[in-house]
Ligand binder design. Structure first.
Ligand code: SF4
Length: 287
């Protein structure tokens, strides 16, 4: 069973690295239709060609295959639960060889690359214990260029949602073309510094175009999207209407003195895949 599950995780990593999900492709195609400038259309056309080549040839759609992040919802009654941590590590090592992925794990002390995308605390694994017997794993390879633009603000609560918008728009403007726009913005509001960033990254798993279930948060997503798209940064930072494809927000209760805002900037190469393992070891993979 361990080998079967390892193979499934490798397949999910391959799917994420080589094939963008429909929601992302549709958002890029929609942006292409809306853009008027030739250069913006040209950049989006090239992005769509890269996606097509990756899919047809089963090769990574970008040379930076990212740092692999797993979000695991671990059903406490699943009999394979104790094996999953080691399976994720082994699958990452083998996927690096087999797909192949660029080795992106560098030792902070020696600057030596481990060569297999594993190392101290990487791949990044976020665990959440849940009721039931299913394990659901989200695979999110995240490029370094866009991650470099991610940021945290510890706002004064009096700044409210206006402060949240100001911080995000300022950060996106500062970064310009660096995160390979059109981007997807993951935003975490509340909690603590670490929780805000974790929620921001997790919010990226929600399909593009799907608004938050809370009406006020959904409205804030729209407001930020409009403001960011009025910056004119455009595809690959060369001008245009589409700086962001979408904004995703997740939120938590906060300390009375703090309003943390985590911002994770994701590039157009928004790679993701999902795996579910039931109590009998039956596996489902999708995007
Ligand atoms: S930011 Fe994204 S699209 Fe740009 S080089 Fe990195 S992974 Fe590739």
């Amino acid at each position: 069973m361990e080998e079967k599950l390892t193979e499934a995780v490798i397949e999910a990593i391959r799917l994420a690295a080589t094939n963008l999900p429909e929601d992302v492709i549709n958002a890029i195609k929609g942006a292409y239709e809306r853009e008027e400038s030739r250069i913006a259309k040209f950049n989006l056309e090239n992005i769509l060609k890269s996606i097509e080549i990756g899919k047809n040839e089963r090769i990574p759609i970008c040379q930076d295959t990212g740092t692999i992040t797993f979000f695991v919802e671990a059903g406490i009654k699943n009999p394979y639960l104790s094996e999953i941590g080691e399976i994720l590590l082994e699958a990452t090592r083998r996927a690096t060889q087999e797909i192949p992925l660029r080795p992106n794990a560098v030792d902070v002390l020696t600057n030596k690359n481990s060569g297999d995308n594993t190392g101290r605390f990487v791949p990044i694994i976020h665990w959440e214990l849940v009721e039931g017997n299913r394990i659901r794993i989200a695979v999110l390879p995240k490029g370094g260029g866009s991650e470099n633009c991610s940021a945290l603000a510890m706002l004064n609560p009096i700044e409210g949602f206006e402060g949240v918008k100001r911080f995000i728009v300022k950060r996106v403007r500062e970064c310009g073309g660096k995160p390979c726009p059109p981007v997807i913005l993951g935003v975490g509001i509340g909690g603590s510094a670490d929780l805000a960033l974790k929620l921001a990254k997790k919010s990226l798993l929600r399909p593009l175009g799907m608004r938050h279930e809370n009406e006020r948060i959904a409205q804030l997503e729209e407001e930020i999207l409009d403001k960011v798209n009025s910056l004119g940064i455009g595809p690959m930072g060369m001008g245009g209407r589409t700086t962001a494809l979408d904004v995703k927000i997740e939120y938590a209760h906060r300390h009375p003195a703090s309003l943390p805002v985590g911002l994770i900037i994701q590039c157009w190469a928004h790679r993701k895949a999902f795996i579910e393992v039931d109590e009998k070891g039956k596996v489902k993979i999708w995007q």
